[in-house]
Ligand binder design. Sequence first.
Ligand SMILES: Cc1cc2nc3c(=O)[nH]c(=O)nc-3n(C[C@H](O)[C@H](O)[C@H](O)COP(=O)(O)O)c2cc1C
Length: 385
Amino acid sequence: MADYPTLFSPFRLNGLELSNRITMAPFYAGYAHADGTVSPLLLDHYREMARSGAAMIVVENIGVHETGLGSPFMLRADHDRYLPGLERLARTIQDEGAVAAAQINHAGRFAYTPERLAPSPFQTGEVVPREMDAGDLETVRRAYADAARRIRDAGFDLVEIHGGTGYLLVQFLSARTNRRRDAYGGSLENRMRFPLEVVEAVREAVGPGYPVGYRFLADECLPDGLGVEETAVYAVELEKRRVAYLSVMAGTYDSFFLPDYLAREKQQGYMADFAARIKKAAAGTPVIAAGRIQDPETAEAILTEGKADLIGLARVLFADPLWPRKAKGESAEPIVRCEPTCSLCMKRVMKGKPAFCSQWPKEKREAFLARCNESPAEAEKDLAE
Ligand SMILES: Cc1cc2nc3c(=O)[nH]c(=O)nc-3n(C[C@H](O)[C@H](O)[C@H](O)COP(=O)(O)O)c2cc1C
C-alpha cells in the first residue's frame, strides 16, 4: 500500500466515501437476459468486479428507452418491471463493500433497432436515422429522468449519464452529426441545449442531494469531429449543473476502428491527457481517467501529476479482477495485463455474444463457455480472429 499512497487514499465524492481511487469504468459484457433484465451471469460478474477491491463500480450502460437500445443484451431501466433485478444488482455490489453506480444511455443513431432516432438524418452504416421532432425530444428527456429515478429507487448510490462513445448526447453536441437549424443545432450553445436539458431533467427527477455523474467525451478523434476547444466549454456548463464527476473518454464508434485511434489506444493511459485538459477547464469537478491503465505505477502517476482524481478500469479489470488487491499488495501474484492487440471482448459483444477474456486462465474460460452453452471450438474461432 505504501507503494501507491495516492491510489489507495480515500476520496469523498459528492457525499459518498470511496475507500480508494479505483473505479470500474462501465463495460458492456452482453450478460443480461435478452429482455433487458438482470441475469445470474450478470450478477456473478458484478460480484466479482466489486470483490476486486475497486471503491466504486459503474454498471454498464442501461437503456432509457426502447428506441435507444445499443445492443441486444443491454440492461434496461425504461419500465418499473426492471426494478427488482436492478435492486438485486445494486445490493450485490454494495454487499462487497463497493459504491454502486449505474450508467444510463440512449444510443441514438447507434441503436440496433430498425428505426433510429438522432438529431439529424446523418447516415450510420446503411441506416438513415429519423430526425427527432419536438415530441421525440420530450419523450427522450423524460425517459432519461424516469430511468434515473428508477436507478435511485433501486438503491444505487449514484447515476451516471452516458455522454460518451458517440451516443445520442454526443450526436447533439457534435456539429458533425447535428445539422439542425432549430434551437438545438448550429452554435455550440444550441448544440449543448439538449444534453444539458437531459442533465437538468435527471437532476430534477433524482433530487438535489443525489449524485449524478457524467461520462464525458473530450474529443471525437476525427478530423472533422468535436474537439477539446468545444468540449471544455461544455464541461464548464456541466460543472454549473453540479455533476458529481466527469469520467473522461475520447473516440466514438466512428473513430474506434481507424488506424490512428487503434495505434493510440494501445498505449497506457491513452486518455489521461484528455482528462487533464478537462480537469483544467472544470477545476471544481472531480475527473476520472480511464484507458489502458495497466499498472499501478501509471495510475499513481496520473493522480500525482494532477491529471485526474480517480482511475477507471474496464478491460483491465475484466482481464484481472484482482488488479486492485494485487496493487495493494494483498496478493503476491503479478497483475495479468489486458493484451493490447487482442480486442476479443469488443469483438464478441459486437457479434452479440457474451464477452470473455483471452487472458483468463484456461479453466475460467472453459467454465464460462460451458455456462453459456458455447462450444470451446466455436469460441476458439473468435480467439483466433
Ligand atoms: C467491450 C466494451 C464495452 C464497453 N462498454 C461501455 C459502456 O457500457 N459504457 C461506457 O461508458 N464505456 C464503455 N466502454 C469503454 C470503457 O469504459 C473504457 O473507457 C475503455 O474500454 C478504456 O478503458 P480500459 O482500457 O480499461 O478498457 C466499453 C469498452 C469495451 C471494450
